[in-house]
Design a protein around this ligand. Sequence first.
Ligand SMILES: [Zn+2]
Length: 88
Amino acid sequence: MEVTVMGIVIILYLLVCFYVMYFANRKGKSGIAFFLLSFFSSPMLGFLVLLLISTPGKLKKCERCAELVREDAKRCRYCGNENIFFDR
Ligand SMILES: [Zn+2]
């Protein structure tokens, strides 16, 4: 009985760690690094660190498709625009 509960807790813990990894990958960060951080410290900490470092910076507007992209982007992620400069 005790072993079963432990197993469920460990599986849930791993799932949360994997979720942090998945989330990090989607944010363009190292999934493995965040998985290890979550696993060895706490998934909550990994999640918080991820939120802190992935807060979007300033946005600028693409002159071609009018979508907002990151200010430090080299090209527009929506239309691939590389040549036209952006508005602030
Ligand atoms: Zn664009």
